[in-house]
Design a binder for this molecule. Structure first.
Ligand SMILES: Nc1ncnc2c1ncn2[C@@H]1O[C@H](COP(=O)(O)OP(=O)(O)OP(=O)(O)O)[C@@H](O)[C@H]1O
Length: 141
């Protein structure tokens, strides 16, 4: 947390609410950006009772957005190198695809160290990990 010892110009340069509009040259304009605060509110501060799973990316929490929409909030585990690559891959692929068998990417959070993906919540997942890989290999048909 910043305190009074920093000058105003320092605070301006390092605004914690800054959201990048690209990652590795990939534009993020078509993806909704959530703030850390919004997702903490949605998941009751990542309360353990909202934990719905864990994958290669990190822990997944159930959340409710301000508009009442139910979402799955996928938090990237700190230090997960696989996750950093997967974060960008998931944004690149899922944000441009709509398919009844794929969950919709609602948005993401890239704030400070946070790398979080927000999906529509499904009561169950349609695809196993293997099915997802086959799906991608066969070119989203
Ligand atoms: N959109 C969603 N709706 C409901 N539950 C979800 C959703 N996304 C993930 N989950 C839950 O979180 C668990 C982990 O999902 P996640 O996609 O992170 O990993 P995975 O399916 O094992 O595949 P991978 O590690 O390759 O990404 C799932 O098994 C499921 O229980």
């Amino acid at each position: 947390m910043s305190c009074g010892c920093f000058g105003a110009s320092t605070l301006k340069k390092k605004s914690p609410s800054h959201t990048p509009n690209e990652i590795d040259g990939y534009p993020l304009d078509n993806v909704k950006h959530f703030s850390d605060k919004e997702l903490r509110l949605a998941t009751d501060n990542y309360h353990p009772s909202n934990k719905i799973g864990r994958g290669g990316f990190g822990t997944v929490y159930k959340g409710t957005l301000k508009d009442g929409r139910q979402v799955a909030v996928k938090t990237l585990s700190a230090g997960s190198r696989q996750g950093v690559r997967e974060f960008l891959t998931e944004i690149k692929t899922i944000s441009n695809v709509k398919h009844p068998n794929l969950v919709e990417l609602v948005g993401c959070c890239i704030q400070g160290p946070n790398r979080i993906l927000v999906y529509e919540h499904k009561g169950y997942k349609h695809k196993t990990r293997l099915e997802k890989k086959i799906y991608y290999l066969h070119g989203h048909c």
